[in-house]
Design a protein around this ligand. Structure first.
Ligand code: PGA
Length: 259
C-alpha cells in the first residue's frame, strides 16, 4: 500500500514569525503517522522549522538545491548541507524554477541525482503548460520530463523518490485539473515508470499539485493513482493544510479497509 503524502510548498512567503506560527499550529494538530507530512519553507527558515518539528511526525523539505557538492558556488546550497540541517525531502523541477529561472531538463536531472546521492528524497515535479495541453502535447511533455531524469539518474534512483504531477495552468490560478484529468496523467506516469521497473511503477508515490484545497482534495485523492498532494497557497493556512491532511487520512483508512 502506498502511504499518502501531503507536502506544503511555502514558496517565497512569510516571515520568521509567520513560519513559526504556521508550524506550531501544524504541530499542535498531532498528525498521525499513517500519512507522511512534509513542509518546505524557504532556506532561511529551515533551521527554525526543524527545531519546532523535532519529535513530531512532520518532515522537513527544501525547495531547491545545487547539483554538486560543496564548493565555490556563491549563493547556492548543496544537498549535504540540506541533510545536515535536517531535511529529508527536496523539491526538484518545480515549474516556477523551470520557467522563471530557466532550469533545463539537464539541470533538473542533475539536481534529482544529487538529491538521491545525498540521501534526500526528491519530489520531482513535472507538468504541462496551458498551451501544451491545448495542443495535445500533455503526454509528450510529461514523458520527456520524466524520461530525461530516468536516463540520467537511472530507474533505481526512483526507489527513493516521489513524483508530483503539477499542470502549470493549475498552479496558483484556482483552476484545478478534474480528478479524471489528473488520474489520466498519473496513470501515464506510473505506466512509464513501470515500463522501466514494474515494482517502482507500483510503489512510487505520485502527488497531484495545482490549486489543491480543502474543497477538492477528497475528490482528487480518491483517484486510484493519486497518492497525495503538493500544496502551495493552501499550505500557508494551517486550517486548510490540516483539512487536506484529513482528506489524505481518510484515503488511507479506506485503502486499509479494502486491502
Ligand atoms: P498551488 O501551488 O497549490 O498554490 O497551486 C502548488 C505548487 O506550486 O506546488
Amino acid at each position: 500500500m502506498r502511504k499518502a503524502l501531503i507536502a506544503g510548498n511555502w514558496k517565497m512567503h512569510g516571515s520568521k514569525q509567520q513560519a513559526e506560527a504556521l508550524v506550531q499550529a501544524l504541530v499542535a494538530a498531532n498528525l498521525p503517522q499513517v500519512i507522511d507530512v512534509v513542509v518546505c519553507p524557504s532556506f532561511l527558515h529551515l533551521a527554525l522549522v526543524h527545531e519546532l518539528i523535532r519529535n513530531t511526525n512532520i518532515n522537513l523539505g527544501a525547495q531547491n538545491l545545487y547539483p554538486g557538492s560543496q564548493g565555490a558556488y556563491t549563493g547556492e546550497v548543496a544537498a549535504d548541507m540540506l541533510v545536515d540541517i535536517g531535511c529529508k525531502y527536496v523539491l526538484v523541477g518545480h515549474s516556477e524554477r523551470r520557467i522563471l529561472l530557466n532550469e533545463t531538463l539537464d539541470i533538473v536531472a542533475k539536481k534529482f541525482k544529487a538529491a538521491v546521492d545525498a540521501g534526500l528524497m526528491p519530489i520531482l515535479c513535472i507538468g504541462e503548460t496551458e498551451q501544451e495541453r491545448a495542443q495535445q502535447q500533455t503526454e509528450a511533455v510529461i514523458q520527456q520530463q520524466l524520461q530525461s531524469v530516468i536516463d540520467f539518474a537511472g530507474i533505481e534512483a526512483f526507489k527513493k523518490a516521489v513524483l508530483a504531477y503539477e499542470p502549470v495552468w493549475a498552479i496558483g490560478t484556482g483552476l484545478t485539473a478534474t480528478p479524471a484529468q489528473a488520474q489520466q496523467v498519473h496513470a501515464l506516469i506510473r505506466q512509464q515508470l513501470a515500463q522501466n521497473n514494474v515494482a517502482i511503477g507500483e510503489t512510487i508515490r505520485i502527488l497531484y499539485g495545482g490549486s489543491m484545497k480543502p474543497e477538492n482534495a477528497q475528490a482528487l485523492l480518491s483517484m486510484q493513482d493519486i497518492d497525495g498532494g503538493l500544496i502551495g497557497g493552501a499550505s500557508l493556512k494551517a486550517d486548510q493544510f490540516l483539512s487536506i491532511c484529513t482528506a489524505a487520512l481518510q484515503k488511507n483508512t479506506a485503502k486499509q479497509k479494502s486491502a
